[in-house]
Design a protein around this ligand. Structure first.
Ligand SMILES: [Cu+2]
Length: 324
């Protein structure tokens, strides 16, 4: 009853392991298409862009200082993923919806990370890189990789990460790297998910989702980034992390958490918003909180919208839902 008349057939986003092998491969093929088919770069001012996939990584990179540890963190990424999903469908003929990766199921399974469905070489995103020695600035525990992902659809050179590392926007094609850390990945439990969701105000939900950026306090967002990216992998690079296609299935899970939380009291939570406009300014010493009228953009990838316009997954702008 809260759906817009413009959204009659929402795309249904499913958990990765519930897709058939064919469906999984059609998704990774579409990602490869975005990354490999040379397309005119559509974002101006980023010299390193070569592909449509790079457009997304580039937009994330230039906005990184403004979209993390702010009230709109999860909503910016909601809109970003929806634009990515649309590009997979419109540019690469993908017929499905953006999948999500429920890591709590894998953690509860007790299986080795390398045996998890998302890391399968044939029907997933490939696995860890081989162990290489390297600087471990944050002291990521039990890092196990760091080298180039050797097999699967995103092995070099069929897949290249073109931007980064860090905030660099120069063309710097290189292999995709992963550096698994089981203890960090294991943060992502049902218990932690429930802790994030067990609040009544959006502001508190948003805070708990990101939590403080230290490696002694668990948080679900960091679990996916640093559990897979570790110290040397791309997913652990705050700016360049969308260079690893896993970024999008990880972040979809966070978006699903927000939607599930909103659905517990939809009439109120379609309109409840808060949290700082300036990173870490939770006391509002430097600026106000966000409001429903706060605008976010994705450069040339999609029109600028207000947060109020993307609160509803079945509104005038977005049109999708989550299964499971
Ligand atoms: Cu991000």
């Amino acid at each position: 009853m809260y759906a817009s008349p413009r959204c009659t057939k929402p795309l249904i986003r499913k958990e990765w392991r519930t897709l058939s092998v064919d469906e999984r491969q059609s998704y990774t093929k579409a990602v490869l298409c975005l990354g490999n088919r040379q397309k005119a770069a559509s974002i101006s001012g980023i010299p390193g862009l070569r592909t449509r996939y790079d457009d997304f990584q580039g937009v994330h990179s230039i906005q990184t200082p403004y979209i993390h540890w702010v009230g709109h963190f999860i909503l910016w990424h909601r809109y970003y993923i929806a634009a990515y999903e649309a590009a997979l469908r419109e540019v690469c003929g993908y017929r499905g919806a953006q999948p999500y990766w429920n890591w709590t199921i894998d953690n509860a399974s007790g299986r080795d990370m390398i045996d998890w469905p998302v890391f399968n070489n044939h029907s997933g995103f490939g696995g860890n890189g081989p162990y290489v020695d390297g600087e471990n600035l944050f002291g990521i525990p039990e890092r196990r990789g760091g080298g180039c992902v050797p097999r699967g659809p995103f092995a070099y050179p069929s897949w290249t990460v073109n931007l980064g590392p860090g905030a660099s926007l120069a063309y710097n094609p290189r292999c995709l790297k992963r550096d698994f850390s089981r203890p960090i990945m294991e943060w992502a439990t049902n218990e932690l998910v429930n802790w994030v969701m067990n609040v009544s105000r959006y502001e508190d939900f948003a805070y708990r989702l990101e939590n403080v950026p230290v490696f002694t306090v668990p948080n679900v967002h960091g679990a996916g980034h640093f559990g897979v990216g570790g110290a040397l992998g791309d997913l652990g690079d705050v700016y360049a992390s969308p260079g690893d296609p896993l970024f999008y299935i990880h972040h979809s899970t966070l978006d699903r958490m927000l939607w599930r939380w909103q659905q517990r009291d939809l009439p109120r939570r379609l309109f409840d918003i808060g949290g700082p406009t300036i990173p870490f300014d939770y006391q509002n010493l430097q600026g106000p909180n966000i409001t429903l009228g706060f605008q976010i953009g994705l450069g040339d990838l999609a029109p600028t919208v207000t947060l109020g316009e993307i609160m509803n997954l079945q509104g005038d702008i977005l049109c999708y839902d989550y299964e499971g």
